[in-house]
Design a protein around this ligand. Structure first.
Ligand SMILES: Cc1cc2nc3c(=O)[nH]c(=O)nc-3n(C[C@H](O)[C@H](O)[C@H](O)COP(=O)(O)O)c2cc1C
Length: 170
């Protein structure tokens, strides 16, 4: 799939808003992700407000790209909908990756900013967004139009693949 190989973490963006129909597509793609016991306990908050993006950029020094981002999607799990609570982070990871791949498909780009399981980041995001106790923030996906086209770089991985038993080459 082309989008997998074209994806890379995009941290600077054109000063251009992301269209509403594209935001809808991103979310739709996210909600198609697999989840444990099909619990689908995910929710999102869409952020386009510059002031909120700025406040979210203060959560970690690694979130600085939010200061010039036109769009962030904050991914969340709703504790009260969890069937198998121990898997919520894996479910949200699948949702996050779907959104980032759909972004490439829509000629956008983005980067995954890690919130959970860092308690201080989760508390800070919860405070900024006014999340109730039952809602746990997982990631912030910073998304926008790339300034110039670029592709992901191919990686070498042959040394990490084994066949039949660990350490055995194919
Ligand atoms: C769980 C997770 C947390 C991440 N957190 C950050 C972050 O806080 N800030 C950031 O700029 N990139 C973050 N990234 C993006 C990684 O730095 C990036 O995926 C990695 O360097 C590989 O580069 P690539 O995505 O361009 O292939 C995160 C990625 C993951 C999967």
């Amino acid at each position: 799939m082309k989008q997998i190989f074209d994806r890379y973490s995009l941290r600077s963006y054109q000063d251009r808003p992301v269209e509403k129909d594209k935001i809808d597509r991103l979310i739709k793609a996210g909600f198609q992700a697999p989840s444990a016991h099909n619990q689908q306990a995910w929710e999102v908050v869409v952020i386009r407000d510059k002031d909120t993006l700025h406040r979210l950029s203060d959560v970690s020094k690694y979130f600085i790209c939010l200061q010039q981002s036109p769009l962030a999607i904050v991914t969340l799990a709703n504790k009260s909908d969890l069937v198998t609570p121990e898997f919520w982070q894996q479910d949200l990871a699948a949702l996050s990756q779907n959104i980032l791949l759909e972004a490439v498909h829509l000629e956008l780009g983005g980067v995954w900013l890690g919130v959970a399981p860092r308690r201080e980041r989760m508390a800070h995001v919860a405070d900024i967004l006014g999340l109730p106790e039952t809602i746990m923030p997982f990631s912030i996906l910073s998304i926008g139009y790339p300034k110039k086209p670029r592709s992901g770089r191919e990686r070498s991985y042959e040394h990490k693949i084994f066949f039949e038993t660990y350490g055995k080459e194919g």
